[in-house]
Write a protein that binds this ligand. Structure first.
Ligand SMILES: [Zn+2]
Length: 292
């Protein structure tokens, strides 16, 4: 067995990696405690005062005394609030959406952009409902590139409910008649972030991408980014515990941790006291014999 070809060794290591990944739970531990939200139709029907269907819309917000609606076609409609049914008028008040308008000044990855608003204020926006492959993953670069090609330097509208617990804005990005969260999914540049999103329309977009083997779905078994991050985290924890287990490297100074006296490497006590550790040149009190 002395001359195992390198390629075999390499694939053995891959098998180990895959075995480890296979053992990981399908979703992060903290998400397991909470079931995935139920899938709901994100499009809502809007009616006028006489009960006639106006449109089906995913996004609706108050724009002065008008209601802005994104029709299923992607077209935006502005309807005077007084023209819609009383039920729809109360609904929009109960479901306020905030709007940010600005220019995309950077694309950090396939699900995060930077926006500069009219007041020159910067906002970091995480695209809601999707999770893009990480940099170290297959399609991580392509995913970022796709969003960059679509949005960089463009004026967009971001719709969101409120900043998340980290102060980031979780939002939906609209560029003219395009919904970029959806576009990233349908082109196979991101996953539907099912643990946090019950948007049936986005779930459908991923199914379509899978069926068409678009983007990352060309791989036989693509790895969800949340599992990749968990594997990375475990690997880092393993590295950290290895580092902690190693004895400290000699520094030229030794601290007697019982007496608090520091010795230098010329001293007979250097590295020799029953309790002690290597230390810096300024730690502890200098030894009276060697000068510490
Ligand atoms: Zn000494």
């Amino acid at each position: 067995m002395a001359s195992v070809p390198v390629s075999v060794l390499h694939s053995c290591r891959l098998v180990v990696v895959w075995a480890v990944l296979a053992m990981l739970p399908a979703s992060p531990l903290w998400a397991q405690a909470q079931p995935d939200p139920p899938l709901v139709d994100s499009f809502r029907q809007w009616h006028d005062a006489s009960g006639k269907l106006l449109t089906k819309s995913r996004l609706a917000y108050l724009d002065g005394d008008r209601i802005a609606l994104w029709a299923e076609s992607g077209q935006m409609l502005l309807i005077p609030q007084a023209q819609v049914s009383a039920a729809d008028q109360s609904w929009i008040i109960a479901h306020p959406v905030k709007i940010l308008r600005g220019k995309v000044i950077y694309v950090a990855d396939g699900d995060t952009i930077g926006l500069l608003d009219a007041d020159e204020k910067q906002h970091r926006i995480r695209l809601e409902g999707i999770d893009a492959p990480e940099r170290g993953q297959a399609f991580g670069t392509k995913s970022r590139q796709a969003l960059n090609d679509a949005a960089y330097g463009k004026d967009v509208i971001v719709a969101y409910e409120k900043p998340d617990q980290y102060g980031r804005i979780l939002g939906h990005i609209y560029l003219n008649e395009r919904w970029l969260n959806y576009d990233q999914l349908v082109s196979g540049m991101a996953w539907h972030y099912r643990h946090f999103s019950g948007d049936a329309y986005l779930a459908q977009a991923q199914k379509r991408a899978e069926a068409e083997k678009a983007g990352l779905w060309r791989d036989v078994s693509p790895l969800p980014p949340w599992r990749y991050r968990l594997a990375e985290k475990r690997q880092q924890e393993m590295k950290d515990s290895e580092t902690a287990a190693k004895p400290m490297q000699p520094t030229g100074y030794w601290l007697n941790t019982s007496s608090g006296v520091r010795h230098n490497e010329t001293c007979e006590h250097y590295g020799k006291t029953s309790r002690g550790k290597y230390c810096g040149a300024e730690d502890g009190k200098p030894c009276g014999m060697c000068g510490g």
